[in-house]
Design a protein around this ligand. Structure first.
Ligand SMILES: [Zn+2]
Length: 131
């Protein structure tokens, strides 16, 4: 950790360092909704490793970050999870499953069917069970 930085600040700095690689991985498109030509930000996916790394980080647009905020998710906004949930990037898939579970708990039948039809690798199931 650099001298004089709070742990939180140091973590954000370390996360910002991943920006270039995340831009390359995402081809500058939101890793959830797929939109390009928009500002993207790194978001860590729990449980967090000691240091930020690519494997536990997603690169997403501001509307997606904001749409994760409310306790009740916007059912219309998140329909693209039907695509995102099949991502071959583990942190993206884990995020999509968590959001779909939340929507399913809110009574969204499409999210429930989506989860029922889903095949998950053992590593992803383990990750989901960890948190
Ligand atoms: Zn997005």
């Amino acid at each position: 950790m650099a001298k004089g930085l709070t742990p939180k600040r140091a973590r954000l700095d370390a996360l910002a360092q991943l920006g270039k690689d995340l831009t390359r991985r995402s081809r500058a498109h939101c890793e959830l909704c797929g939109h390009g030509q928009t500002r993207l930000g790194a978001l860590e996916v729990a449980p967090l490793p000691g240091e930020p790394d690519m494997a536990h980080t997603i690169f997403i647009c501001e509307p997606c970050q904001e749409a994760m905020g409310p306790k009740d998710l916007d059912r219309q906004y998140w329909r693209f999870l039907e695509t995102a949930i099949w991502s071959d990037l583990p942190p993206v898939q884990v995020t999509a499953v968590r959001l779909s579970r939340q929507l399913s708990a809110q009574g969204e039948d499409w999210a429930t069917s989506l989860l029922e039809g889903l095949y998950l690798e053992p590593g992803i199931i383990e990750w989901l069970n960890e948190s």
